[in-house]
Design a binder for this molecule. Structure first.
Ligand code: NAD
Length: 499
């Protein structure tokens, strides 16, 4: 993408944006059945970007019906793998051609710095769809070793109608992590984007149709999660729901499934992720990774390393350098290409984050950076990067997912204590471990209970590696890699007795 754009050029691009605001069902945009709409608000200034169709159960039922029809008649599910790949590669081409527009939509809708959208989110989203498209005609099925009188084939088939419920923190990227493997596997989709961030999903759906993904295969139904979520997850004709969001809503999904048709549920949930820094760590290397881990995407990141568990002998050096480093990330208008810290998603979420900061102070955390709302006159939801030192593992800010720019520094006195504290959480999504000792790196990376452990870095891996959580961070599934592809398919045995 061309990222030499100046702020003024970006503003000009924003002025040209055309918003898709209606539901996308059966290859066409249509208003909600009720005719109702809701305002999508720009978190950077509180203004209305567009009025979006406020769909309800009637719209979900219509989308599921067309998705079911598309699945059953085989227009996508039975397409030859090579042909399906060709269509998906055309989709990738269109995404590339429209990458800047998608980046701008996510930036204004979610308050994400355009720097991140252009450099990380949208390239990763496109690469994800490309990666899964390329996989389509490279997967072989199996024949079981049953002896000469039988041919037993073990094959994979698409699951059917798959619902997808998305969060607002990485709108296009989380959509891509799900639709890439699910489309590649031949399913029909009904997608419910987060209410706050539907614009990129609606545009991407349109591009999919222009690319040749048949009508009815990829449907997007925007609206409130409390209305659409139960309608989709209790639907008797939906075979699976893939969800990324909070642990509390994840629990509801399991109930909806149990109360309806036992549809397969895949949950990618929250985290209270540890960054473990041992006494022998290379502190200069730790600093930028600790920064990214704690504050990338304003801390509105499921894999955010919001607990910095650091050996007391190196804590002061690390903290001093980290605080200095925070000054290199300007806070401001997300459309300014220099901005690295934008607003939080909405006023109510900002209030929650500020409340956690007050709790941190009351419970005895030592506030050493930030702690306040800023840029009030912008009308946006900006909170300073915030660091608490001397946090005890029993404090609320050390235990609960804040989902904002608040880092809790927890000093420890030994490696063993560091790993034990890292594991003292109900979550288990991601972790980082910093040490120069490769023996410790191997041992402790195994000992930490998390779906992704990155050593001497903060990383979620790349497209070739699965992403998902242990414990209350996830259930049953993984995003990315061939493991994601597998989870969007059913395993079937075809047993043939020979005469
Ligand atoms: P959320 O759970 O409030 O919302 C997620 C989605 O669920 C939205 O589309 C929302 O409209 C919908 N929803 C709300 N109520 C529902 C209901 N009753 N039934 C079905 N759907 C419903 O989460 P959020 O605030 O959008 O996202 C933040 C959370 O997501 C954090 O906890 C974060 O850690 C998690 N997250 C996890 C990952 C991951 O890969 N593990 C990635 C990003 C975010």
């Amino acid at each position: 993408m061309n990222f030499t754009l100046k702020s003024s050029a970006i503003q000009a691009e924003v002025a040209k944006l055309r918003f898709r605001t209606k539901a996308f069902i059966n290859g066409k945009f249509s208003p909600s059945a009720s005719g109702k709409t809701y305002a999508s608000i720009n978190p950077a200034n509180g203004t209305t970007i567009a009025n979006i169709a406020a769909c309800d159960e009637t719209d979900i039922n219509r989308a599921v019906a067309v998705a079911r029809k598309a699945f059953e008649d085989g227009r996508w599910s039975q397409m030859k793998p090579g042909d399906r790949k060709t269509v998906m590669l055309k989709f990738v081409e269109l995404l590339e051609a429209n990458a800047m527009e998608i980046a701008l939509l996510d930036s204004i809708d979610a308050g994400k710095p355009i720097y991140d959208c252009v450099n990380i989110d949208i390239p990763d989203a496109i690469h994800c769809i490309h990666w899964h498209a390329e996989l389509i005609d490279k997967l072989y099925e199996r024949v079981a070793p049953c002896g000469p009188d039988t041919v037993a084939m073990i094959v994979r088939e698409p699951i059917g109608v798959v619902g997808m419920i998305l969060p607002w923190n990485f709108p296009a990227q989380m959509m891509a992590w799900k639709i890439g493997p699910a489309l590649a596997a031949g399913n029909s989709l009904v997608i419910k984007p987060a209410k706050q961030t539907s614009l990129s999903a609606l545009f991407i759906a349109e591009l999919a149709t222009v690319a040749g993904i048949p009508d009815g295969v990829l449907n997007v139904v925007p609206g409130a999660g409390s209305v659409l979520g139960p309608a989709l997850c209790r639907h008797m004709d939906v075979d699976m729901v893939a969800f990324t969001g909070s642990t509390s809503v994840g629990r509801d999904l399991l109930r909806y499934s149990a109360d309806s048709n036992l549809k397969r549920i895949i949950l990618e949930l929250g985290g209270k992720n540890p960054q473990v820094v041992l006494s022998d760590a290379d502190i200069d290397n730790v600093v930028p990774h600790a920064m990214n881990s704690a504050f990338w995407n304003m801390g509105e990141n499921c894999s955010s390393g919001s607990r910095l568990i650091v050996h007391r002998s190196v804590k002061n050096e690390l903290l001093k350098k980290l605080i200095k480093y925070t000054a290199t990330w300007p806070l401001g208008d997300p459309l300014n290409p220099k901005t690295r810290v934008g607003p939080l998603i909405e006023p109510s979420h900002m209030a929650t984050v500020l409340n956690y900061i007050e709790i941190g102070k009351k419970e005895g955390g030592k506030l050493v950076l930030g702690g306040k709302q800023v840029r009030q006159r912008s009308g946006g939801n900006f909170v300073e990067l915030t660091i608490f030192d001397e946090v005890k593992k029993s404090m609320t800010i050390a235990k609960e997912e804040i989902f904002g720019p608040v880092l809790a520094v927890i000093p420890v006195d030994s490696d063993e204590e560091a790993v034990a504290v890292a594991n003292e959480t109900n979550y288990g999504l991601a972790a980082s471990l910093h040490t120069r000792d490769m023996n410790k790196a191997h041992r402790y990376a195994r000992a930490i209970r998390a779906g992704v452990v990155s050593v001497n870095s903060f990383s979620e891996g790349d497209l070739t590696t699965p992403f998902g959580g242990f414990k209350e961070s996830g259930f049953f599934g993984r995003d990315k890699s061939s493991y994601a592809h597998e989870q969007y398919s059913e395993l079937k045995t075809i047993w043939m007795q020979l005469g």
